[in-house]
Design a protein around this ligand. Structure first.
Ligand SMILES: [Zn+2]
Length: 125
């Protein structure tokens, strides 16, 4: 019990030393921005729309089965059926007219219905 107390008391000290070293060392050049820093800013809008629709279908009892495997299979099949539609978050929906928006909704719904039918006929469980 005494050992536990000693080791937990030491940990914060070590962390503080490391962070103050980094903060005071001005010789370390700033790290160059990489795509991993930005990956949250690029998104497949069809994926977002599809996940929302899968959620809606599940809540309305429209999925052939909503076990873990079928949820994943349905989503994967539907995503593979749809073209990717990547955008950068700050430009999202910037040029989306109501007509285009409606067309996309139809496309995503068609992909989900296709996936539901496929998984219904051949579920993985
Ligand atoms: Zn299932």
């Amino acid at each position: 019990m005494r050992e536990e107390n000693e080791s937990s008391a030491e940990k914060p000290e070590i962390e503080l030393e490391i962070s103050s070293d980094i903060a005071e060392n001005e010789d370390i050049p700033l790290r160059k921005l990489s795509i991993y820093d930005l990956q949250d800013e690029i998104c497949n809008e069809n994926e977002v729309d599809l996940l929302n629709l899968v959620f809606e279908f599940q809540n309305e009892g429209k999925l052939p089965c909503d076990c873990r495997e079928c949820l994943l299979d349905i989503t994967a099949v539907a995503l593979n059926y749809l073209p990717p539609r990547y955008s950068v978050s700050i430009h999202k929906d910037l040029y989306l007219t109501p007509e285009l928006q409606a067309a996309r909704k139809v496309e995503v719904e068609a992909a989900l219905l296709h996936a539901c039918e496929k998984v219904k006929v051949r579920p993985h469980h």
